[in-house]
Design a protein around this ligand. Structure first.
Ligand code: NAD
Length: 365
């Protein structure tokens, strides 16, 4: 008797022990934590990254220290740009991945207002180059089945919609047609490109074998990541530097904006689950979308207080006007990820800040 997996089945992470996985953006904050986790699970990992100068190369090299020192044979790093389609195709053809986690992007809401074209170039055109390379990998298999794709999108695609009920979070089916920054628009556009790719891929597979199930394609919308290796441009890392140096901490607005801070390794756990997720044959006609967020928003003023307490130093606040591109509050509705991926965030904000501060201090040693 054939049974389709019930929603509460634990995903089979053991499958990753023999898997070949590409992580684009693998030298970055979230990407490098994902690389470490995949290596721990026994996967063969190729990290592809162009060391975008958005923040220092040395930071990204340090992110990969663990992967390099412990996993000489199962880890490789390729320095390549997503937008270089020919190079990308060559590297992927050589590695022949089973799975691709696409995390490479120009991240950061505010800088995207300064150079929107750069954001579209990497986040949209770069993503399309990757999709083209995956299409090429499909043709190398008799079955037409190349690797599956998990794409890292962002809560910013939801824009600044506010629900009357503050406890209601963004749901995956909410419209994403009102981005408030070029970064958000680039992520929403990349989601559309991923959907078009999935549709074309599914049609091609059916031409080869009308009964072939589609290859799952998964979009994950991350809500504000934080933790060890935190991106240096993000508020938590910037504020930590200022508090440690006794300099004023700029607080935009009245401190009442809220972010659904999500611990980086909880996000990584969600990506790993998505990589092995088996949708029901019916639903896999469509791209699967999951919010990954802690679902407990933290006020800006609370974030600063928690950070100052963990650092054991007072924060001197400097109040500044609200910034364009910022949204008032983010909160994830994570019922879908809970029931279908069996995913739950397990790290509280306070605990995550403690790990973050421990990591910061370890850099001084
Ligand atoms: P990050 O900047 O630390 O990592 C992104 C990596 O992509 C970097 O190492 C960068 O060098 C690489 N990259 C950039 N352009 C590239 C290109 N053209 N070719 C190859 N590599 C390139 O950012 P992060 O915070 O780790 O974010 C990872 C992903 O998660 C991104 O897609 C981001 O949009 C998404 N995301 C992050 C957050 C967050 O709070 N950090 C929230 C939502 C979504």
């Amino acid at each position: 008797l054939l049974t389709s997996p019930s929603p509460t089945d634990e995903p089979d992470l053991g499958r990753l022990s023999s898997a070949r996985v590409v992580v684009t953006g693998g030298a970055g904050f979230i990407g490098s934590r994902l690389v470490d986790r995949l290596l721990e699970l026994g996967a063969d990992v190729l990290a592809l990254d162009n060391f975008d100068p958005f923040y220092p190369r040395t930071v990204k090299q340090a992110n990969l220290q663990l992967a390099r020192s412990r996993h000489v044979t199962r880890f490789r790093l390729i320095e390549a740009d997503l937008r270089d389609g020919a190079a990308l195709e060559r590297h992927l053809r050589e590695f022949r991945p089973d799975l691709v986690a696409h995390l490479a992007a120009k991240a950061g809401v505010r800088p995207s207002l300064e150079s929107p074209a750069d954001y579209f170039d990497t986040n949209v055109v770069g993503t399309i180059r990757l999709l083209d390379a995956l299409k090429h990998l499909d043709t190398l298999e008799e079955s037409g089945r190349g690797p599956r794709l998990v794409f890292a999108s962002s809560s910013s695609v939801y824009g600044d919609r506010r629900h009357d009920d503050p406890h209601q979070g963004f749901v995956e089916t909410d419209p994403i047609d009102r981005p408030v920054s070029p970064y958000a628009a680039s992520k929403a556009s990349a989601e559309l490109a991923v959907r078009a790719f999935h549709h074309a891929r599914t049609l091609r597979l059916r031409q080869i074998n009308p009964d072939a199930p589609p290859i799952p394609t998964i979009i994950l919308r991350f809500f504000t990541a934080f933790g060890p290796r935190n991106r240096p441009d993000l508020a938590l890392a910037k504020f930590a530097r200022l508090i440690r140096e006794g300099r004023p901490v700029p607080m935009f607005g009245d401190g009442s904006t809220e972010r659904d801070y999500t611990y980086v390794d909880d996000l990584v756990d969600g990506v790993v689950r998505a990589l092995v997720f088996e949708p029901s044959p019916q639903s896999s006609q469509e791209v699967e979308v999951f919010n990954l967020g802690h679902s407990e928003p933290v006020r800006l003023s609370t974030m600063i207080d928690t950070l100052a307490a963990a650092l054991g130093r007072p924060a001197r606040i400097e109040r500044l006007p609200e910034q364009p591109g910022d949204v008032g509050r983010t909160r994830a509705d994570i019922r879908r990820a809970r029931s279908l991926l069996g995913w739950s965030p397990v790290t509280s904000f306070e605990e995550g800040v403690t790990h973050f501060v421990e990591w910061l201090k370890s850099l001084d040693a």
